[in-house]
Ligand binder design. Sequence first.
Ligand SMILES: [Fe+2]
Ligand SMILES: [Fe+2]
Length: 275
Amino acid sequence: MALLQKKDSFVSESINILVVGDIVGRAGRQALQNHIPRLVDHHLIDFIVANGENLASGRGVTPPTAKEMFKLGINVLTNGNHCWDQRDFLKQIDQDDRFVRPANFSSHAPGRGWTIQETAAGIPVAVINVIGQVFMGSWDSPYAAADQALQEIPRDVKIILLDMHAEASSEKMGMGWYLDGQVSFVYGTHTHIPTCDEIIHTSGTAYQTDIGMTGSYQSIIGNKIDPGLCRLVKGLPQRFEVVERGGSVFATLLKVDVNSGKTLEIKRIHIPPNS
Ligand SMILES: [Fe+2]
Ligand SMILES: [Fe+2]
């Protein structure tokens, strides 16, 4: 936790948060294993959130892959359209409140749409997860789900992050403006492609359309190139397999004021493979 000092008196406290997008397969997990310890030391990171929908060979979360990520220091794993690819996750999600899944899933879905976890210094951080409606399936309104989550999160929790797992950038930008002034960061996941539009609104809400995947970019959004091209060029069905080596880290670093929940600084991080 960083203290901002003005002359001789401490005027406010801030924490540093690392936001990681979709972690894709072994390439993504290995890249984080290689770089998270150094990033935490170098940037004095207090809290890490990542999207886990592609952790296990691109298809959902398994107990070993989740354990590997929590052991690295990831505080919360969000999810998305691949949430139920592993059947056992239907049970696992109920047993650990470090997992969240989109809040606008069916009301019958197990698990939770938001969680509150603490930094080592005891600062609470709320993480909300929603899924978009454009090219994503017929989910309930992510805007209504975000409203509901914000009503339920206790008022004394100032730092709030929202992962909007969605295809359409317009939908994600809409959420950024809809929650302007109410949360610390609205960010997108799912497309696996990072965007360079990070901004801090005058309200102190930060926004980025997509964090980008942590995984191999010698691929088509994480999958092997040849089967993808066969499907695209010839229109033939192919079994997709993720590329398991050569992962890049794409993540976004925030400095957030503990008392107001406003974001003070935002910075994208890119670590290429073999660095
Ligand atoms: Fe994904
Ligand atoms: Fe997705």
